[in-house]
Design a protein around this ligand. Structure first.
Ligand SMILES: [Zn+2]
Length: 418
């Protein structure tokens, strides 16, 4: 097992160590990146819901980027370096020798962020447990936000606010966060918030003074004030309970800034104050609902009037084939217009199209007409690579952009006029 220097000092950002093993990219089957194992390390490997550190391993004057850190099954910490080591270079030669002395440097900003999120999680989980008896069943740390899953069927707005407020109180009180080690049988008597599966004899306990005691292998701040602030965000139902998303420290500041920018932009679009945005959205919805209805009514009247005008001017008596292509009406209007024509009482076949994007056609007939609209449409469209279908009475389809719609309709009309 690799000795973990972060176990006793989460804020240790630089350390000296010795190379135990190097696997070059070309030798390892699962990855192209060289893998380095050190005798001891302050790099945190992805585990227990917390993501890994990044940083550098320096040898002499050369610095190699540590892109990923994982925990092997045998308990050794594996550092993945960025990019392949060139076999001819000096650092590669030195690295390849077990026993070489190196200097590790942890990416400070990322580590601080992880410490804030992770300790924030301890405080938040303890708050949910203390206030509402909701145990945390899992923890996830993402690049943007973190989440915990609570073993509860439901979670009210007040409970979310209550737990958030309690957690922030604990943060403002700046309580010490300490590390200690105990034997498993001792730990069982201490009333830990969460006892890990029985695989280790000695447990590492993280204590938030007079508030939370739990076994954990992660990196934490030294006192709760360093968490900065905790902001609870989305909640959602999951298979195992309720998920609560949260952000701590600078992430909370960034999230609040982003939200504010979105809100400000929305408010300026409405020329309103930001607190009036929901009201403005509601009003806009209502207005657009009314406008949509008015538009539908107007189009229905227009279609009726146009159908009547056409039927008045064209010859009466025998069947009429009406062909029309609209450049400024969409397919739903075309459909409406075809219906008005074919339901007028006189025998009509309507071959109507729209050249608006996406272009389309509607073929419809009055009751009692013999021409098969579905068959005619399929035949017409297959010639230009369009698609569509329907019944003998009514059919509709799409026409590829750029087709000569007018001509297409005339060809279809000739087929049934003969
Ligand atoms: Zn922890």
């Amino acid at each position: 097992m690799t000795k973990r220097l972060y176990y006793d000092k989460s804020d240790l950002l630089e350390f000296d160590s010795v190379v135990e093993e190097v696997t070059r990219g070309e030798e390892s089957a699962d990855s192209k990146s060289p893998r380095v194992i050190l005798r001891e390390t302050a790099f945190y490997p992805t585990s227990g819901g917390q993501v890994h550190d990044t940083g550098w391993i320096a040898i002499g004057n050369d610095r190699l980027r540590v892109a990923e850190v994982v925990e092997a099954e045998d308990g050794r910490v594996v550092h993945y370096l960025e990019g392949p080591l060139k076999p001819s270079t000096a650092e590669s030669q030195t690295f390849a020798v077990a026993g070489a002395t190196v200097h590790g440097i942890i990416d400070e900003e990322r580590r601080r962020d992880h410490m804030q999120q992770h300790t924030g999680q301890h405080v938040l989980s303890a708050a949910f447990l203390a206030l509402y008896n909701f145990p945390t069943v899992s923890f996830h740390m993402g690049e943007d936000y973190c989440s915990i899953d609570l073993a509860t069927e439901s979670l009210s707005e007040q409970q979310v606010t209550g737990a958030g407020n309690r957690a922030n109180e604990i943060i403002f009180e700046n309580r010490p966060v300490t590390i200690r080690y105990v034997r498993r049988d001792e730990a069982e008597k201490l009333g830990l918030r969460k006892l890990p599966p029985a695989e280790r004899e000695e447990l590492r306990l993280i204590e938030v003074a007079d508030f939370d005691l739990s076994a954990c292998g992660g990196t934490h701040v030294n006192s709760t004030g360093q968490i900065g602030f905790i902001l609870l965000r989305k909640t959602e139902k999951t298979r195992q309970g309720m998920r609560v998303e949260f952000v701590c420290g600078m992430r909370a500041v960034q999230a609040a800034r982003r939200d504010y920018a979105t809100l400000t932009e929305s408010a300026s679009l409405f020329s309103s104050q930001s607190q009036d945005v929901p009201l403005m959205i509601h009003k806009t919805f209502e207005e657009s609902k009314i406008l949509r209805k008015q538009r539908e009514d107007a189009f229905a009247e227009l279609a009726t009037a146009m159908a009547e005008a056409i039927l008045r001017t064209s010859s009466t008596g025998s069947r009429r084939v009406i062909v029309r292509a609209f450049p400024d009406r969409d397919t739903s209007f075309v459909k409406l217009f075809a219906q008005k024509l074919t339901r007028s009482g006189s025998p009509v076949v309507a071959l109507i199209g729209s050249t608006m994007n996406p272009p389309g056609v509607v073929f419809a007939r009055s009751p009692g007409e013999s021409a098969d609209m579905g068959a005619l449409l399929r035949e017409t469209l297959s010639a230009v690579g369009g698609r569509g279908g329907g019944s003998k009475d009514f059919a509709q389809g799409g026409v590829p952009a750029g087709s000569n719609l007018e001509q297409l309709l005339q060809v279809a009309a000739r087929k049934i006029e003969n």
